[in-house]
Write a protein that binds this ligand. Structure first.
Ligand SMILES: [Zn+2]
Length: 195
């Protein structure tokens, strides 16, 4: 069982700006260049397609439009799915225990959903099931991009090892073979997720 996000996002202190779009650079960094909800990395796709989500929707809570604490760096799939959904009457309470959302920067985000060994996002609780359904976290692309990221990390580790193995040795050949295999597999998942 894995956490949905490899590194949990954390908002830093940012001074107020005049447009929420101006927070993009800080937000991107605070969210580890990945969607706060599904962890898809923006390096795998056109960064301009990543959105700035208002956790408590700005259509319902316009006073929070420029509040950095309410912003989430989000892939377009999660942001479009979430839209202006909000089940509670105020912005301070985000769920009733069974329905609603959890701020991706809150520790309890990982108490409701997880990833299985294949990278699929699954629920641990009723609230987790609601979140997966409403954010469409069951999309194959989230699973495949997670796999692509893992394969790339493995390949980089093997490439580091390769530098330490003497040229012409059998183990070097084996390592090279393993690296090529990982690259082919990576391309497969990456191409599928980005089509
Ligand atoms: Zn996402």
């Amino acid at each position: 069982m894995f956490r949905v996000r490899e590194i949990a996002p954390k908002r830093s202190k940012v001074s107020t700006k005049s447009r929420y779009q101006e927070y993009r650079n800080e937000l991107r960094k605070d969210f580890n260049f990945s969607c706060g909800y599904c962890d898809d990395a923006d390096e795998f796709q056109d960064k301009s397609t990543f959105h700035i989500d208002h956790f408590a929707p700005k259509s319902k809570f316009p006073a929070l439009e420029l509040d950095y604490e309410n912003l989430v760096y989000s892939c377009r799939f999660c942001n479009v799915a979430k839209s202006n959904k909000w089940v509670m009457g105020d912005h301070l309470t985000s769920h009733d225990g069974e329905r609603g959302f959890i701020d991706p920067c809150k520790e309890d985000y990982d108490e409701h959903i997880y990833r299985d060994i294949k990278g699929m996002i699954l629920s641990k609780t009723t609230l987790g099931s609601y979140i997966i359904k409403e954010l469409n976290l069951g999309l194959m692309r989230h699973e495949y991009l997670w796999k692509a990221r893992k394969l790339r990390t493995q390949r980089l580790k093997l490439m580091e090892l390769l530098d330490k193995v003497p040229k012409g040795s059998n183990s070097r050949e084996e390592l090279l073979e393993a690296i090529v295999k990982l690259m082919v597999e990576y391309e497969k998942y990456f191409a599928w997720a980005c089509r």
